[in-house]
Design a protein around this ligand. Structure first.
Ligand code: FAD
Length: 538
């Protein structure tokens, strides 16, 4: 069987090597437009920053190593320019001119291309997608430069900002939205903004770039930001020109439409990776999720399909993580913004636990958020930030979501524990306890953005922290009765429903339980003062 694969990185190379493992007889050719194959695109920003010093560490394979180990023919510096579907032949352009390759099965894994909006001067902006881009960026930052503007505060923009700071440059991020990292809700993104600013990155949020000059960038408000170098990290769009030209079905975003077996609208042509439309795990809608795990998985899976094995793609949660100057920022599923925009009911839970038992040295603070369907208790999404352990919490929750484990059942998960690694009630278990309490009505919670309205409506705002904590900052208008004194001082509380809060939500929960059992209406401020302060910037 002759198989031609377009694109020799994540999806394409996973397909090629799995094909060989399944069949010694398959005739496998990989055509790759860039000069390199199987390179580590996720590592590129770290080579720009000098963290990965050795450029060759990014080059995981060469055409020679792939030929030797897998018997795969790899043509780098070659581009597939057209597909003759009737004749099952592709046209290839390379250094030696044109050639044609016939196929029984064609796999498209062309990836995505950086978005480059038509801003005057955009030709001066660098983008990062492949080794050639990386070499150009390393060259640029090695020269006599002091300032860089990164347009876009998504994952790649932030990774580049960190790495360019690492190289000693003055870095400004210009982001059109009010926050960086769209998968986070704003109160969670606030922690990222703080970390970026503390690390010397200047943030221009809610700011568009109107022009790129020789040594600066002009923002929509007319102000200018110095920029010896400009990086465009505005996002990616599927590289589906070849598929479109071949008459394959492509959606309005340019994503190649495939079935569960990764077949395109032509049964002899398959497509995988960033270029294809995926099925969302929360609502089954068509989504574009350009991440490496899914590209690799789809690449491996399509080989099984081609070799006649039963295999089906799975929906995507979009589980992702990025490092921000030592802060792990991880997400899975949907956030509150997206749920609200879709008109879906949801419950929010914020906690701020320690990464492991507080009495064991080195515990770091975590900020966790869980989104729950209030009717079914299904987990809809989660966000986790912290210097340690955010990654494993998100991975556990993503696994729970994939397995259909509900929010309150997170409490029952048996997770590895010793003081250096977690807590006997792990932060994920605790999210489950909170979810169960909310589901059962054991306690009611209030979100940070509902406090002002409740206070204006006459509710009593009760700060259950110690006077020392209150002196360091409190929500205006609160009455302070520390939780340990509350039972004895109930009579001091003015009439009305009570909104109880503390630093992170634990003592507020206790206070709400004391109050409701004494016949008062009470709710707990979810995530406590920590979430409220991060969200409001107070
Ligand atoms: P790619 O890996 O991009 O491969 C597509 C290849 O096809 C390209 O090399 C292209 O040259 C080639 N090609 C396209 N058209 C043709 C043609 N007509 N003929 C020949 N060749 C062609 N994801 C994560 O999950 N985590 C991360 O930390 C992360 N970091 C990233 C950092 C950077 C800087 C970048 C650029 C991406 C990052 N990603 C990350 C995304 C991840 O790399 C992609 O999701 C993944 O590589 C997609 O695999 P793919 O096979 O679809 O496309």
């Amino acid at each position: 069987m002759k198989i031609v694969i377009v694109g020799g990185v994540a999806g394409g190379m996973s397909a090629a090597t799995r094909l060989r493992r399944l069949s010694e007889d398959a005739d496998i050719t990989v055509v790759e437009r860039s000069g390199y194959v199987s390179f580590a695109n996720c590592g590129l920003p770290y080579h720009v920053g000098g963290v990965i010093e050795d450029r060759s560490a990014l080059l995981l394979q060469t055409p020679q190593s792939l030929a030797a180990r897998f018997g795969i023919r790899v043509l780098v510096g070659h581009e597939v320019t057209s597909v003759d579907r009737g004749g099952r032949v592709v046209q290839v352009t390379g250094p030696d001119g044109e050639a044609s390759l016939d196929y029984d099965a064609l796999v498209l894994s062309p990836g995505a291309r950086p978005v480059r909006p038509p801003i005057p001067g955009i030709e001066r902006a660098l983008s990062l997608r492949d080794i050639e881009d990386t070499d150009a960026m390393v060259d640029a930052v090695s020269g006599d430069v002091g300032s860089v503007v990164v347009i876009g505060g998504g994952f790649i923009g932030i990774e580049l900002a960190e790495n360019l700071r690492h190289r000693g440059l003055d870095v400004t991020i210009v982001e059109a939205a009010d926050q960086v990292m769209a998968p986070l809700d704003p109160e969670m993104a606030a922690f990222v903004h703080q970390r970026l600013r503390e690390s010397g990155v200047v943030l221009h949020l809610g700011a568009g770039v109107s022009a790129i000059g020789e040594r600066d960038v002009t923002l929509a408000d007319g102000s200018t930001v110095p920029a010896d170098i400009v990086v465009a990290a505005i996002g990616v769009r599927p590289d589906s020109t070849l598929a479109t030209d071949a008459g394959l079905e492509v959606d309005e975003r340019g994503g190649i439409v495939v079935d569960e077996a990764m077949r395109t609208s032509d049964p002899a042509i398959y497509a995988v990776g960033d270029a294809v439309v995926k099925r969302d795990a929360v609502d089954g809608s068509a989504v574009m999720v350009p991440l490496a795990n899914t590209a690799n998985r789809q690449g491996r899976m399509v080989a099984d399909v081609i070799m006649g094995r039963a295999a089906a793609d799975r929906p995507v949660l979009g589980t992702a993580i990025v490092g921000v100057f030592g802060l792990q920022v991880a997400t899975t599923g949907w956030n509150a913004k997206r749920l609200a925009a879709a008109g879906r009911p949801f419950r929010q839970i914020h906690t701020h636990p320690a990464s492991h038992a507080g009495y064991y040295p080195g515990a770091a603070g975590l900020h966790l958020k869980l989104l729950v369907d209030p009717e079914t208790d299904a987990i809809l999404g989660a966000q986790a930030l912290g210097e340690d352990g955010a990654d494993k919490r998100i991975d556990v929750i993503a696994t729970a979501m994939a397995g259909g484990i509900t929010a309150s059942r997170l409490a029952d998960l048996e997770l590895a524990y010793a003081p250096a690694f977690g807590s006997a009630k792990d932060p994920v278990n605790m999210l489950g306890y909170v979810a169960g309490n909310l589901r059962d009505g054991t306690v009611k919670s209030l979100q940070w953005d509902e406090v002002a309205d409740r206070v204006s409506a006459g509710d009593v705002l009760l700060d259950t922290r110690t006077p020392e904590e209150v002196a360091a900052g409190a929500i205006p208008g609160a009455v302070n009765i520390p939780v340990d004194d509350l039972r004895d001082r109930l009579g001091e509380l003015p009439e009305g429903s009570v909104v109880a809060y503390c630093a992170v939500g634990v003592r507020g929960y206790l206070a709400a339980r004391i109050l409701t059992q004494s016949g008062r209406e009470a709710v707990n401020l979810d995530g406590g003062y920590t979430t409220w302060r991060a969200a409001t910037g107070a």
